[in-house]
Ligand binder design. Structure first.
Ligand SMILES: Nc1ncnc2c1ncn2[C@@H]1O[C@H](COP(=O)(O)OP(=O)(O)OP(=O)(O)O)[C@@H](O)[C@H]1O
Length: 221
């Protein structure tokens, strides 16, 4: 069942529930550290994914990696944000129920990057018609706009989100993406957190990103 796992994937334990000394914080950190040294930034606690920010580009987000996780059981492959994404998609399909992925962590932990990886995974792996391709493009291109106006450079993170983020992806009966609401706007379930009046830090950040953002706005029109 675990044939897709290589020896490297097995550094430490890939699920903290398998940790012998599971009540020890030191053992928990030690396992994270061992795996991190091998660039294994993901570890499970059951169905929860623990992620450590590598602060460098890792070769683990290619289309080939996405294919590796598509339709595959959670524990057959090494822990990954794609496994969580795929599992939610399949749960939606089989249980016919809305699914929710909650991402939490301190500033700079990698929440925004993780949410982008999830969107990219759905954009690449979900079935699509021409119309759906347009929605997928919008799904990926809305981020720079949001970040230009809602992010700012802080001591902890050069690209820190200064607002709560709620993303709502809707699928049709063919399980194709039909709509993406970055703030959950329109369904009334989670109104966007108010963004404070534009401060100098926001203004500087917005100017830096505006050129890219304008390009995106134009592409979305
Ligand atoms: N998986 C990853 N691979 C490579 N770099 C990453 C990854 N996740 C995060 N980073 C790096 O860490 C930086 C901070 O991550 P991110 O903006 O996602 O944090 P955050 O948790 O959303 O922070 P905040 O709460 O301040 O908005 C990113 O700009 C990127 O450089």
């Amino acid at each position: 069942m675990e044939s897709a796992l290589t020896a490297r994937d097995r550094v430490g334990v890939q699920d903290f529930v398998l940790l012998e000394n599971f009540t020890s914080e030191a053992a928990f950190i030690d396992n994270l550290r061992k795996r991190f040294k091998e660039n294994l930034i993901y570890t499970y606690i059951g169905s929860v994914l623990v992620s450590v920010n590598p602060y460098k580009e890792l070769e683990i987000y290619s289309k080939q990696h996405m294919e590796r996780y598509r339709g595959v059981n959670f524990y057959e492959v090494s822990p990954h944000i794609y496994a969580v994404s795929d599992n939610s998609y399949r749960a939606m399909r089989t249980e016919r129920k809305d699914q929710c992925i909650l991402i939490s962590g301190e500033s700079g932990a990698g929440k925004t990057e993780a949410s982008k990886k999830i969107l990219q995974y759905y954009a690449v792996t979900c079935p699509a018609s021409d119309k759906v391709e347009t929605v997928k493009d919008r799904l990926l291109q809305s981020n720079p706009v949001l970040e230009a106006f809602g992010n700012a450079k802080t001591l902890r993170n050069d690209n820190s989100s200064r607002f709560g983020k709620y993303m709502d992806i809707q699928f049709d009966f063919k399980l194709q993406i039909v709509q993406h609401n970055p703030f959950g706007a329109g369904n009334g379930s989670c109104p966007p957190a108010p963004v404070p009046a534009l401060s100098q830090e926001h203004a500087d950040h917005s100017q830096c990103q505006l050129r890219h953002g304008m390009h995106t706005i134009l592409a979305m029109l």
